[in-house]
Design a protein around this ligand. Structure first.
Ligand code: AMP
Ligand code: MG
Length: 495
């Protein structure tokens, strides 16, 4: 049994701090007035080998809020650069976050334990280093929903309130999020290292990243090119998963793209209701750079920035390095398409592949767009139809003839597989979520939480962390926002 206190409970082994001293500054979290846990992820705590009961004791609460640093932690603010909305910033870094250290979890995986909202650091620039309850619970909710949707993601261990007020548009209750990640190495970390005065830093970072995240690259003829390839593949697969669930990250800057392939930094993100590639919610994304349908392009743009940093390691001959990097970057579209198409087939109950599938899927998406149909609901409704009830699907479409034209082809395609319809419907339901953190529901839960009522948050969290399982009495949570609710819906960055 784990011990009842955090003493000896956290066995940190801080490889990043040990091996890459040029990429951080030592820093301590700011003490807060009155720490209290708002939400604690017991399952994740157990996975990390931590005792959730101990985390709720004063000592555990103190370190989740940054009031004490657990033994063995070496808190650091990581340095990184990044392209934000296409423009380069040479020095971003953890302005309001700290890496406490690394734990090896019960599956033997090395995980970063990181505080967000833990006070100003030397990278804070004009920021106050703090975070508010609403946005930290938002990151918790989205990260845990993503995990339940089988999307690679950073996780959330806890949100602690600080008992302090932070100044935003109005005063907000303050909070600290404890984030767990495969690592916090970003494309922006490489951009920072590539321009560092110590020419050996880039290679040390690349070697460290290979060992930690993509160890098979080490055996390749050209390990650094293989690292690029591994990150291209991981990101292509991640982007396909985002697209399959209608997720819009909102701020895909290179400092928010990991080398591990986990999604990170759930700030102004949102889920699309009606299918429309042009969907944008972020208040600062005026040009639609990070619109739903543009995300795979942006991922490739970011990966190009990553590839540029690796050129000197790939080949001392610049031309040869560029040719090799370009060929590797060129794998993204096929990797993405393969992941996405296989995911789409699953969503539509197809277990085999035919050459017409892409056209059938494209026609469905066109139909959803022209008929302004809720993306998430439509796939559950298709499964209901296989179970014999076409009403839920019909009710989503105004133009029944257009629906009939497409659905006849789809039924023929599914029937041709000669599988049991009920079995197919069940498989569809295992990949098509019923409950996602819909924007209006998330807003409602966060507003209540900011006012001190956490019940709606826990209710929503409970549903979105079991997204495929129907819960009676929760119909409201499957419905999209009304048009007017969504027209006015915006998400905000950096809060
Ligand atoms: P983000 O858009 O959350 O990825 O943040 C971009 C950069 O701004 C990072 O360097 C953050 O550390 C920094 N930042 C965001 N909010 C704050 C804040 N309140 N105080 C200090 N730095 C911040
Ligand atoms: Mg960030």
């Amino acid at each position: 049994m784990p011990s009842a206190t955090t003493e000896g409970l956290l066995e940190f082994d801080n490889s990043f701090a040990r091996e890459l001293p040029d990429l951080y500054v030592d820093w301590e979290p700011a003490a807060v007035r009155e720490p209290a846990i708002l939400v604690l992820n017991e399952d994740l705590a157990l996975e990390l080998g931590l005792n959730p009961v101990a985390l709720e004791q004063p000592e555990g609460v103190a370190w989740l809020a940054g009031n004490a640093t657990p033994a063995g932690a070496t808190p650091i603010a990581m340095a990184y650069a990044g392209h934000q909305f296409g423009g380069y910033s040479p020095r971003l870094g953890d302005g309001r976050a700290l890496l406490l250290g690394e734990l090896v979890d019960t599956h033997g995986r090395r995980r970063d334990i990181h505080l967000k909202g833990s006070g100003r650091t030397p990278f804070a620039r004009g920021g106050d280093g703090k975070a508010a309850v609403g946005p930290m619970l938002r990151e918790y909710l989205i990260a845990e929903a993503m995990h339940a949707l089988h999307v690679p993601t950073t996780r959330a261990l806890a949100v602690a309130s600080t008992g302090e007020q932070v100044a935003r548009e109005e005063l907000q209750p303050g909070a600290v999020l404890t984030r767990v990640a495969a690592s916090h190495i970003r494309v922006g970390t490489f951009e920072y290292a590539a321009r560092h005065e110590d020419a050996t830093l880039l290679q040390r970072l690349a070697d460290y990243s290979i060992a930690r995240h993509h160890p098979t690259a080490e055996q390749a003829d050209q390990p650094y090119l293989a690292l690029l390839g591994a990150v291209v593949e991981a990101q292509a697969s991640l982007l396909a998963r985002w697209m399959l669930i209608g997720f819009i990250h909102g701020v895909m800057n290179t400092d928010n793209m990991t080398i591990s392939g986990e999604g990170i930094d759930y700030g102004p993100c949102a889920f699309m209701d009606n299918y429309d590639p042009a969907t944008v919610f972020s208040s600062i994304d005026h040009m639609g750079r990070y619109a739903y349908g543009n995300q795979p392009n942006i991922a490739q743009w970011n990966l190009m920035r990553f590839a540029e940093t690796l050129l000197p390691l790939i080949n001392t001959d610049v031309e040869a390095a560029m040719a090799a990097a370009n060929a590797t970057l060129g794998r993204f579209p096929d990797c993405f398409e393969d992941s996405w198409l296989s995911g789409m087939r699953g969503k539509l109950g197809m277990s085999t592949e035919t050459s017409d599938d892409r056209a059938l899927i494209d026609d469905l998406l066109r139909l959803l767009q022209s008929q302004r149909v809720d993306y998430t609901k439509s796939f559950r409704a298709l499964a209901l139809w296989l179970r014999g009830d076409d009403e839920p699907l019909r009710s989503l479409f105004e133009d029944q003839a257009a629906l009939d034209g497409w659905s006849t082809r789809w039924r023929a395609r599914v029937d041709a597989e000669k599988r049991d319809s009920l079995e197919t419907a069940k498989e569809m339901d295992s990949v098509n979520p019923l409950y996602i953190p819909r924007n209006h529901l998330t807003e409602e839960a966060l507003l209540a939480a900011t006012d001190g009522d956490l019940d709606p948050f826990h209710e929503l969290l409970n549903l979105v962390t079991q997204p495929f399982v129907e819960q009676l009495g929760s119909e409201r949570y499957t419905e999209p926002a009304s048009e007017s609710q969504n027209e006015n819906f915006q998400t905000y960055c950096g809060t």
